[in-house]
Design a protein around this ligand. Sequence first.
Ligand SMILES: C[S@@+](CC[C@H](N)C(=O)[O-])C[C@H]1O[C@@H](n2cnc3c(N)ncnc32)[C@H](O)[C@@H]1O
Length: 244
Amino acid sequence: MKKQDMMYGIYAVESLLTQAPERVLDLWLLQGREDDRLKKIVSLANNTGVTVQRAAKKTLEDKAQSGQHQGVVARVKPAKALTENDLDVLLKKTDKPFLLILDGVTDPHNLGACLRNADAAGVHGIIIPKDNSVTVTSTVSKVACGAAEIVPVFQVTNLARTMRHIQQVGVWIIGTAGEADSDLYQADLKGSLAIAMGAEGKGLRRLTREACDSLVSIPMAGQVSSLNVSVATGVCLFEAVRQR
Ligand SMILES: C[S@@+](CC[C@H](N)C(=O)[O-])C[C@H]1O[C@@H](n2cnc3c(N)ncnc32)[C@H](O)[C@@H]1O
């Protein structure tokens, strides 16, 4: 297991300093940059006892291994990996859970965008399989703009088994697939709900698809066969928000 990670980007680091400052081991800000957005980071760091170090642009690029750091890089303790047990705790304390299942999303930009959508839609947690899925990396955190530090991500060993388990505690699972006959806008999304999205190339795996209570499609007017998974996630989550 990794002992530390790098995190970068203003929103991601701001969210980390707000949600879990104890995870920050080092914080570097761009030398000479003093605008309001960085001042907020300095103030959060001061309030939480994190020392601010100044560094040159090249140093920040090397630490982040990216030019997308926006003048802020942090060395952090990795977040505790959440498992099936943590999901159970969440389900017990949550009235009308609203969950997102991502069945093997591999592109960090897509997972980051899904996290951002999920936070905006008020999703209580995201379930991903342990294998064949991207986890929350520094790129995911950056793209998620702070949502990766807020929305819990549960990594489960056997996704189909976890789906059956959450069904037993009353969660209705709606899978999404372009070829499904039922339409998203006819589905009832008001109760305890999990929406399952497929991977970029293959869509939902057979066992995941079979474990869903129903399958819906988002009506498409054009010629392309599918939406990007993060876009489809946003459409589905916000239809649920509209109904709830
Ligand atoms: C890029 S698509 C995968 C396409 C894949 N070739 C397939 O056959 O499903 C990734 C995921 O986004 C969701 N998605 C994309 N377009 C959709 C649509 N029109 N209706 C429902 N879900 C859609 C589904 O969850 C899908 O598995």
